[in-house]
Design a protein around this ligand. Sequence first.
Ligand SMILES: Cc1cc2nc3c(=O)[nH]c(=O)nc-3n(C[C@H](O)[C@H](O)[C@H](O)COP(=O)(O)OP(=O)(O)OC[C@H]3O[C@@H](n4cnc5c(N)ncnc54)[C@H](O)[C@@H]3O)c2cc1C
Length: 492
Amino acid sequence: MAQADVVVIGAGLSGLVDAILLAETGRKVVVLEHHEVAGGYQQQFWRKGTLFDVGYHYMGSTAPGRPMRQFLEYLRVWDRLRLLPLPEDAAIEVVNGARRFAYPNGWQRFQEQALAAWPHERAGLERLFQDVVAVTGAFKWFDLARDKPYAHPLDLDFTSVSLAEYLRPLVQDPWLLQVLGVQAFNLGLLAHEAPWVKYALALRSNFDVTCRIAGGGGALVAALVERGRELGVDFRLRAEVVGFECAERRVRRVRTADGGAHAADLFIAACHPKTVLACIRDEDISPVFKERVLRMKDSRGALQVFLRLKELPRSLGQACLMIVDEEEARREPPIHIVLVTNPAAVEGTELGGARLELMTFLEHAPFAPWAGTQVMRRGAEYERFKADLARRVLDLTVRLAPELPELIEDMYASTPLTDEWYTLNTHGAVFGISHDVTQQGLARPLPRMRLRNLFFTGHSIQMPGICGVFINAFDTCEMLRGGESLFAAVAS
Ligand SMILES: Cc1cc2nc3c(=O)[nH]c(=O)nc-3n(C[C@H](O)[C@H](O)[C@H](O)COP(=O)(O)OP(=O)(O)OC[C@H]3O[C@@H](n4cnc5c(N)ncnc54)[C@H](O)[C@@H]3O)c2cc1C
């Protein structure tokens, strides 16, 4: 039986960051990952010489002093990455028919452009900007000011008000409401589902400076793994944790599907909490708590379309596009927004070939008939359903790039079931347990729980997305390392 100081379960971004932060303190850290590659949702795949990202489109907050920059510098991976900022004046463009609004790359500039586009909504917009600044200023891992007293992030009130409720008295213009609402997509939610406070954090994190990474999300994973190895982290791939042995309210060891056993003083579950709780016996944990978490609603899954192209489409530039179409939103299953990423326009075709990545979020229910079936063996009906959805997503994109059909060499599609298969996130949930208004506060799994040496982190905890899971990992590890020195080092 292997013995370590810390066992981290899952080698997604959160597990990799946890491993580094704990190995830095001299602890012997083992990371157990079920898949054959590290990265979780940040993994990539190649098709005929073309590289595709599973869960990476853009990463914000990389300007000096902003959270992602500070985290990456602290971890000593910043210098291993080449960041490619999206265009200054149009990083993410929202499109609905003939209407367009370009989110620029800076917070200040966004405020100016929004006020210029909707002068009649000045009072409401100014209030929104002030409130976003107030919310992010109260969240220590966003604000990163030294010597300022902060409440604990978990004490922020994520519960009470949805984005739609917050905006109702402030903004009347339907197009402005739509443009602001699509940013809830960064939480996998619609405006009436997204907690206003989480929305404010996710919105603000997408400015100053929003980037592609040369080589995509895989380059970030490779840099974190390299840093982990320098610190002696032991990465075990194809090591799925399937059992917990506990005594006296502590985990003694975990068992892996290949028959291995790993004992440690500390265990960090950096994966979907449901997959972990499902393999802890009822007598070792409060069955009421376990049942509550297992019944919680998962976030939506992703329907993705990956296009291998002959060359870059002339009509699409470097900006990511968010396409909104009311008719598609009314169909079953509804497609509310399609996100179009054109990585090669930013990174160049030599890195991974000409390609487009299209995605939308979908509920899991329409895929339920094929739950539990094996990847590549789900049958003709599933393939037809997937192809119909992929066609709807593609058709919306072709309206903006009519030359696209001529350029397509190959098209691949994935569904929430594909993601579930590769990452073990139940229901292929893009952001783990849904972050909607009804599932906030003490209703959510917290980093610390009844088993004294088992901690949760990852995208189901405080915040999802790349910046969110870095925040969760730093917050969990600060608690484990003790004191506030980690925060002070990141803030400086
Ligand atoms: C389609 C899509 C697009 C996205 N786009 C963006 C974006 O542009 N910007 C952004 O900021 N965020 C984006 N995200 C979100 C971001 O990718 C995730 O929030 C983040 O990567 C989650 O990291 P994680 O480590 O918490 O979880 P995961 O990435 O889910 O990692 C969990 C890991 O644990 C492993 N695991 C699970 N169970 C076990 C077990 N029992 N034993 C061992 N290992 C186990 C899994 O295999 C996996 O490797 C996107 C996500 C998706 C799906």
